[in-house]
Design a protein around this ligand. Structure first.
Ligand code: GLV
Ligand code: MG
Length: 317
């Protein structure tokens, strides 16, 4: 399964062709065209062909292309899948499934995709699934959901629906009144554990106050601190801060390259498994910690700063 860059995941209503055209030109890593909550119920049937048209017409190169269908079991879900995959299955990376409550919801989508792929002559298993967990039942079953299909590429959080379902006294996605910590900490942590156990990505949901960029940065920073791969963005103004928060800093990236070089030298040349690097003892676990910074940094286009290249060249020689 490809590991895709998903620092910023742009939500776009599937009923609005103009917004979809703009989304194709945005600097987000992923765009999802929405048939669910950003689409008025009366617009949903018509939005399917608008999405197919947008996927076929615009230049989505460099972006993960996703369509969010309606909840499994709703009157819309099956027709959403059929119409979107029939019209655009060859130009689509993933289906996002909202309000997933158990592994059965994913099994339904997995098999429906399998049937459609066969009948349309598409590569088997080529369309991935993003599983959105956004209620108490889904959170309880996060582990089985994460392992429910080989197609699953992400667990994605839905904080607005989750706040509603939990009856948090909130009118937006934010900390509840007088709560001394982060009300989403447990959820974010649990979803991250389920996703990492299954070897898939984990993405935080939306921050609704689109003009509050500092609040957005703080929320994204908390998810990034838990190892999240990215977060939803609802407005172009959130994209750049989001990409920045989920990209390692140049200093951390350089340090990771330095650790990897030093450790390679220690193990391969000196044949030692634990060595000092400056004031720090590094070993195999340090290599693993550094590796994920390095991979994320390179995926985001970072290169070692010049001083680092000299160290790299020196270590290689
Ligand atoms: C997104 O779908 C949310 O409910 O937060
Ligand atoms: Mg939702």
């Amino acid at each position: 399964m490809p590991t895709r860059l998903r620092r910023s995941v742009l939500a776009c209503p599937g009923s609005n062709p103009r917004m979809m055209e703009k989304a194709a030109g945005a600097a987000a890593d992923e765009v999802f065209l929405d048939l669910e909550d950003a689409c008025a119920p009366m617009e949903k049937p018509g939005a399917r062909s608008k999405i197919v048209e947008a996927l076929r017409t615009h230049d989505w190169r460099g972006k993960v292309r996703v369509v969010r269908i309606n909840q499994v079991g709703s009157q819309f879900a099956l027709d959403d899948l059929r119409e979107v995959v029939t019209g655009a299955g060859d130009v689509l990376d993933c289906i996002m499934v909202p309000k997933v409550q158990n592994a059965g919801d994913i099994a339904f989508v997995d098999r429906a995709l399998g049937s459609l792929e066969q009948s349309l002559g598409l590569a088997s298993g080529g369309i991935g699934i993003e599983a959105q967990v956004e209620d108490a039942l889904g959170l309880m079953n996060a582990e089985e959901i994460a392992f429910a299909s080989k197609r699953i590429e992400t667990i994605t959080y839905g904080p607005a629906d989750f706040s509603a379902g939990m009856q948090f006294p909130n009118l937006t996605v934010a900390n509840s009144y007088n709560y001394p910590g982060d009300i989403f900490h447990y959820v974010l942590f649990k979803l991250a554990v389920a996703a990492r156990a299954a070897g898939i990505q984990v993405v935080d949901g939306p921050y609704l106050l689109i003009r509050d960029i500092e609040g957005f940065r703080a929320a994204a920073g908390r998810a990034a601190a838990l190892g999240y791969d990215g977060k939803w963005v609802l407005h172009p103004g959130q994209i750049e801060p989001c990409n920045e928060v989920f990209t390692p800093s140049q200093a951390d990236f350089d340090r990771s390259v330095e650790i990897l070089d030093a450790y390679r030298h220690a193990t391969e040349v000196e044949r030692r498994g634990a060595v000092m690097l400056g004031d720090e003892m590094i070993d195999e676990a340090s290599r693993k910690m550094a590796t994920q910074f390095e991979l994320r940094g390179r995926a985001a286009g970072l290169t070692p700063s010049p001083r680092q290249q000299t160290v790299e060249a020196g270590a290689a020689g």
